[in-house]
Design a protein around this ligand. Structure first.
Ligand SMILES: CC(C)(COP(=O)(O)OP(=O)(O)OC[C@H]1O[C@@H](n2cnc3c(N)ncnc32)[C@H](O)[C@@H]1OP(=O)(O)O)[C@@H](O)C(=O)NCCC(=O)NCCS
Length: 180
């Protein structure tokens, strides 16, 4: 069994998923504001399946899309972390950094704070040479997180899992290389 990596920041704990995360995760996945730039809001079953996948990948590897909780209240606010995309993307194999937070927790710097900790895990503990991130072109809040993290915009690509003709198909790619 691998050792779990569960990084902490000043305000946040990035940790393995627990059963009590399922309700708040389903609520944020059903929120059209949160899902505006993703294909569609998720049903309860789809949300639970995603939480299960995140949990088993963390169990297997020790890292992944971690559940994020506020240290001050222990409230679950969403996920942030590292993932190897399963879609065939033009720049794969790669490790991406990604995020999804409940709407009421936007605008507080939590995504950037958690993602910085995820990048440190990727570079310092996992020895990655590069971490990427991507978002549909219009997802300016997500792209702003990438820019705050110091990632470099590196072209666009069509996401193969988004239907042809959808306004969400065109994605921006950002890259960050390891620097000592
Ligand atoms: C993408 C997403 C995670 C970004 O969340 P966010 O809260 O905007 O991002 P950050 O954590 O970097 O917070 C930055 C904001 O917090 C503000 N902030 C407040 N207190 C802060 C603090 N202590 N430290 C840093 N920033 C702070 C910043 O000024 C900035 O505000 P602004 O948006 O008005 O410029 C969020 O919009 C989301 O979950 N979207 C839906 C899911 C999604 O699209 N995921 C990505 C798919 S590719």
């Amino acid at each position: 069994m691998v050792e779990l990596i569960e990084p902490e920041t000043e305000r946040l704990r990035l940790r393995q998923w627990t059963p009590v995360d399922r309700d708040p995760f389903a609520a944020l996945n059903a929120d059209p504001r949160v899902m505006e730039f993703l294909p569609a809001p998720l049903s309860r079953a789809e949300s639970d399946a995603m939480a299960d996948r995140c949990q088993s990948l963390i169990e297997e590897r020790g890292w992944g899309f971690w559940a994020v909780e506020l240290k001050s209240t222990s409230e679950f606010i969403g996920f942030v972390g590292l993932h190897t995309p399963s879609a065939e993307l033009p720049f794969c194999p790669c490790v991406e950094v990604g995020w999804r937070l409940a709407f009421r927790h936007w605008g507080k710097g939590y995504a950037s704070e958690a993602a910085s900790a995820a990048l440190r895990v990727g570079f310092d503990l996992l020895g990655l040479k590069e971490i990427v991130s991507f978002a549909t072109v219009g997802n300016l809040r997500s792209r702003a997180v990438m820019e705050r993290l110091g990632m470099r915009e590196s072209g666009t690509f069509e996401h193969p899992r988004v239907p042809q003709g959808s306004g969400l198909r065109q994605h921006c790619l950002y890259r960050l290389s390891y620097e000592k």
